[in-house]
Design a protein around this ligand. Structure first.
Ligand code: ZN
Length: 288
């Protein structure tokens, strides 16, 4: 039963991510256009219709408002064969994919949740907040892939949520050393990116990556796990980039968003990090 609930909630929140990311971007474009004093012709949208909470979902091409039957995750897309019901323009496969991945991440998180049992109060609070963070992560991944940017309007709320979660854990367990661990964790995950950012004058990585590093450090509350994220994200990045270079799809000059690699590494480490850290500590001890 819990799996059914998690799948449905995951699919719906994935659908929310699609709409949210698109609106956030459209709002940004609108602001920029107004800032320059230029008026974009056609496709002008009332800002109210782009409101993240109040606006109705619409087709990204013809801006036709969508009916309830168009909003069923995955199924609507399949039944319309990936086309808008109104203007018949293709709707990207990104939409159902994001919905499926979000639902998949919810289920995998439940299956492998490291703070067992999920039923204890502390663990379930951490789990529910984690699901919220996952939704934010999905939005960041989509945004970074599409527009090479990690918007503050997604990262800052996630940082606030993570700070609240750290406070909850410290108060709930009375474990003050958690504060020190989190401090070190943030220093490692955020500090290294800040150093790279400062040294390269923002050319190698973006400011968004630095903030994302801080967020991940807060979230993991463990310096070993933060270190593991850095290591794992570079491996994932290499695995993705090298074949691209061989196929000449990626050149040295291509800009590649690093955010998604960091986030994928953070998700893996959040779920499996404790066992990986135990394993590598034991390997190091054996060799010493
Ligand atoms: Zn349309």
């Amino acid at each position: 039963m819990i799996y059914v609930i998690l799948s449905i909630v995951g699919l719906c929140l994935g659908s929310f991510v699609n709409a949210f990311v698109w609106r956030l971007h459209e709002q940004g474009e609108g602001n920029r256009a107004r800032g320059r004093g230029s008026s974009k012709k056609g496709n002008k949208l009332d800002p109210k219709r782009l409101s993240i909470l109040k606006g109705r979902s619409m087709c990204p091409h013809c801006k036709h408002e969508l009916a309830a039957k168009d909003l069923v995750p995955v199924l609507s897309w399949l039944s319309l064969k990936g086309k808008c019901r109104y203007c018949h323009k293709p709707i990207s496969w990104q939409y159902p994919l994001v919905e499926l991945i979000t639902a998949g991440l919810f289920i995998v998180s439940y299956l492998f949740w490291p703070l067992s049992p999920v039923s204890s109060l502390q663990s379930s609070v951490n789990f529910i907040v984690w699901l919220v963070i996952l939704v934010g992560f999905m939005a960041l991944i989509v945004y970074d892939f599409k527009w090479m940017l990690l918007p503050n309007r997604i990262i800052y709320p996630l940082i606030a949520i993570s700070i609240a979660l750290v406070s909850f854990n410290v108060i709930f367990t009375g474990n003050l050393s958690l504060l020190l661990q989190t401090g070190l964790s943030v220093l490692i995950a955020g500090g290294i990116f800040y150093a790279i950012f400062a040294v390269s004058d923002g050319k190698w990585i973006g400011g968004g990556d630095v903030k994302l590093g801080f967020l991940i450090g807060l979230l993991l509350m463990d310096p070993y796990q933060s270190f593991l994220v850095l290591f794992l994200s570079s491996i994932i990045g290499t695995i993705v980039v090298v074949p691209g270079m061989l196929l000449k799809k990626v050149t040295v000059r291509s800009r590649i968003p690093f955010g998604p690699f960091l986030i994928i590494a953070a998700i893996i480490v959040r779920l499996f990090g404790a066992s990986i850290v135990t394993w590598y500590k034991s390997v190091l001890l054996l060799q010493a």
